[in-house]
Write a protein that binds this ligand. Structure first.
Ligand code: PMP
Length: 319
């Protein structure tokens, strides 16, 4: 069952505080920002987002941005896929984020949410014809300590590439995630695993999925309507290069979920979360698998700068 703190914090009403955010090209106080109700994105889901984390290392009194350039590169790619153009370069957004975290004197684990959204108060559906607005805001978000989740295979299918591209992190695609998660919780599960339109395993509501079977790790391939997760990419590298495990990216059948020995879901917000059962069928012996536990520990050390070989993932914020 979920014992995490991140989920609880995320569900709280936003604290419209004196905190700084970046909006329309300048640093402003959160409480001073007003968005017209006519905003196109509010009605039509015409926005792209990112979800970035910064981890605090108390011993070093340093805050580390995790894979921040990769996140802003994906932000640009998401926008390009849906015919939008983010006004600042990925490199400049990294510098803006560093400055924002310094201004807010962030000295704890923090979540960073960039959004570029269509703001024109128009009924138009031509994305190229509309103006957009860019914002980056931050809030404290502790690590998601989770002893493991029970998942169900959702009756909602993942949005296919030809409908709304899942590889782009659009605001619209999160209705799909929300429907799946809501159904899972209503049925007494913690998490939903979505299948592609043709019935292959895709991902959970907001995380990529890995399973271990027959002595190797499997994860759905990028052509199976997943968001191409940055944590997924990090873990593939970790498994192949450092942990010496075989990892295969391929289409995964639903029944392989029931045959797995270990399973976890992963994402920037959640880190690694073990999946202990699927549709009430225990994964392996129903406990956190040894390989999963080892990866979780290694990842947690790496994101706080305690593993030198992953130092290239991190960008220090404070001078
Ligand atoms: N899939 C979905 C649908 C997500 O929302 C996320 C979180 N961004 C992920 C996967 C994991 O992506 P990342 O590791 O880049 O955070």
């Amino acid at each position: 069952m979920s014992t995490g703190t991140a989920g609880q914090q995320a569900s709280m009403e936003p604290d419209l505080s004196e905190r700084w955010m970046f909006f329309d090209g300048e640093f402003v106080r959160e409480c001073d920002v007003r968005i017209p109700i006519q905003t196109h994105a509010l009605h039509n889901g015409t926005g792209v987002i990112e979800g970035i984390r910064a981890y605090w290392n108390a011993g070093r009194q340093q805050l580390y941005l995790l894979e921040v350039l990769a996140h802003y590169q994906r932000f640009h790619r998401s926008a390009r896929i849906v015919r939008m153009a983010v006004p600042e370069s990925a490199e400049r957004l990294v510098a803006i984020t560093q400055e924002l975290l310094r201004r807010n004197d962030c000295r704890e684990d923090t979540y960073i949410r960039p959004i570029f959204f269509k703001s024109a108060p128009l009924m138009s559906m031509n994305l190229r014809a509309m103006t957009g607005r860019l914002a980056v805001h931050t809030y404290p978000l502790g690590p998601f300590h989770d002893s493991g989740v029970g998942a169900m295979v959702s009756s909602w299918r993942r949005i296919p590439d030809a409908v709304i591209p899942a590889r782009a992190k659009t605001t619209a695609s999160y209705l799909n995630s929300a429907l799946a998660k809501t159904e899972a919780v209503a049925n007494g599960f913690d998490e939903a695993i979505m299948l592609t339109h043709d019935g292959h395993v895709c991902e959970s509501s907001t995380c990529n999925l890995f399973l271990r079977k027959d002595g190797e790790f499997l994860t759905p391939s990028v052509t199976d309507d997943i968001l191409e997760g940055i944590t997924r990419r990090q873990l593939i590298g970790m498994l192949r290069d450092d942990v010496g495990q075989s990892l295969v990216e391929r289409s995964v059948d639903r029944t392989e979920l029931y045959a797995a020995d270990e399973m976890f879901i992963c994402g920037t917000g959640y880190g690694l979360v073990p999946v202990l059962s699927v549709d009430h069928t225990p994964v392996g012996d129903g406990d956190v698998g040894p390989h999963t536990r080892r990866l979780m520990e290694l990842y947690q050390r790496a994101v706080r700068g305690e593993e030198e070989r992953y130092g290239h993932w991190l960008l220090p914020v404070h001078p």
